[in-house]
Design a binder for this molecule. Structure first.
Ligand code: EPZ
Length: 422
């Protein structure tokens, strides 16, 4: 799908099931490498990034099969005691940031890894220094090579590690490596995102001994023998947040089944401050926009349980339509306002004061325009703007959106949006 065409301006009405979480399933798939036999991952979303991870697992000798939303990974055929760059397709590593979690998993499973760098992206440089420093403390040594990074260990050893920033990926890499280390690892300053708890849950289901996942101190008792397990991935909190924002921007009411509402506390606070109804029911999360839609005044992203950076872009079209102004501060990534000029072309009043801060001033109506997605969440935010705007919107560059949404057009149609992909 290259582009999405939307005829907006109609209030949303309907219900939609929320797909499994992308950011939870990717490290879980990397973790299947540590377990003997077969792991069955249920509620596995069909996404470009998941397909890349499947390619990578296959290149390492795993068999990967899918039956509907169940992905089976069998590791019995894994190649040898080393994971070499010539066997691991560079394009798949470079096309997906989260290939970096293979580092911890492979150094654990094989002891020696050659991996291309995962590359930066438009939202920021995204260095991996925190990952490297943490893994070094587990007795991994690194060398820079022409193909990327050479990592090897003569035996992982548990350690006391403090992360200087609660990086999600670095926390995942430590978990994946420390599960195979001799002795106990105490990880302080860990990320507390729900995806970390999910990864700990999967590793424990395979036989690991990890406590404290979801808090800032995690205890990993290493060297347990891991066996494949059956595991269900929870709904995607950012996808649920996307459809919720579409409802706030375009008006109406929606029921989001399988939405992980308990993981969305910071978003709930903002939704309520804006005067909308948030109800957690037995059937799912029910959202109804209130009148008027009020600006919350200030929005600042922060590591979990703070307001998620991934939701920041999605809220921009909502804030552009809310009464009053809002100061939005991005504190996680250095470059996450690429859609501002695109939203302005749709009539949004958004002023960028510096690379990390914008101020929105509510306007009554957005109008359709031809706009371009340059990254995943920004692309989804343009679709939200299109659903709310009067007239026709065409969003180009939709390949980015497919990295994180199984079928945004299908889901939005369920909610009454007139939208199709071309
Ligand atoms: C994860 O990225 C998510 N990706 C991101 O979602 C999400 O935005 C981010 O966490 C924050 O919640 C996946 O889970 C696949 P970080 P990750 O390491 O792990 C800096 C989406 O749209 N940093 O917590 O890469 C880094 O540059 C994506 O689904 C270092 O400086 O995030 C960034 O500014 C986008 N050195 C900040 O920390 C390091 O070694 C947070 O990064 C590592 C990170």
């Amino acid at each position: 799908m290259d582009s999405v065409n939307i005829r907006g301006g109609i209030a949303l009405q309907g219900q939609v099931g929320i797909q499994g979480s992308k950011n939870a399933v990717l490290p879980v798939l990397a973790a299947t490498l540590l377990a003997e036999g077969t792991s069955v991952i249920q509620n596995c979303p069909r996404l470009a990034d998941v397909y890349h991870m499947q390619t990578l697992l296959k290149s390492l000798g795993c068999s990967v099969t899918r039956e509907k939303d169940r992905l089976k990974v069998n590791t019995d055929g894994m190649n040898g005691p080393r994971a070499l760059s010539r066997d691991i397709p560079k394009e798949a590593v470079e096309s997906m940031r989260s290939s970096i979690v293979l580092l911890g998993a492979l150094v654990n499973r094989t002891g020696e890894v050659e991996l291309a760098y995962p590359g930066g992206c438009v939202i920021g440089e995204r260095p991996i220094d925190i990952h490297i420093e943490a893994l070094k403390q587990l007795h991994v040594t690194f060398e820079e090579k022409s193909y990327g990074l050479h990592a090897c260990t003569e035996g992982l050893k548990g350690a006391e590690i403090r992360l200087p920033f609660p990086s999600v990926g670095a926390t995942e890499n430590v978990l994946l490596a420390a599960a195979g280390a001799d002795g106990t690892t105490i990880l302080r300053g860990a990320a507390r995102e729900p995806e970390i708890e999910v990864l700990c849950g999967f590793l424990n289901a395979c036989g690991a001994d990890i406590t404290g996942g979801g808090s800032s101190t995690i205890l990993i008792r290493g060297k347990r023998k891991l066996r494949g397990a059956e595991f269900a991935v929870p709904g995607d909190r950012i996808v649920a947040g996307t459809y919720l924002c579409a409802c706030l921007a375009a008006g109406g009411e929606v029921l989001l089944t399988e939405a992980p509402a308990k993981q969305m506390g910071a978003v709930k606070k903002v939704v309520k401050a804006m005067g909308a109804l948030w109800q957690e029911t037995d059937r799912g999360l029910y959202i109804q926009r209130g009148e008027p839609l009020r600006s919350p005044g200030r929005l600042e992203t922060a590591p979990y349980p703070g307001f998620p950076t991934d939701m920041q872009s999605l809220f921009l079209p909502v804030l552009a339509l809310a009464e009053g102004s809002c100061l939005v501060e991005e504190r996680i990534f250095e470059n996450r306002f690429h859609i501002v000029p695109e939203l302005r072309r749709m009539g949004a009043k958004i002023k960028q004061t510096d690379p990390k801060t914008v101020v929105t001033e509510g306007t009554k109506q957005l109008h359709g325009a031809r706009v371009r997605a340059r990254e995943l969440r920004g692309g989804a935010a343009l679709v939200i703007a299109g659903a709310a705007a009067r007239g026709e919107t065409i969003v180009d560059g939709c390949g980015y959106i497919e990295r994180g949404y199984e079928n945004i057009c299908r889901d939005m149609r369920e909610l009454g949006v007139r939208i199709y992909g071309v």
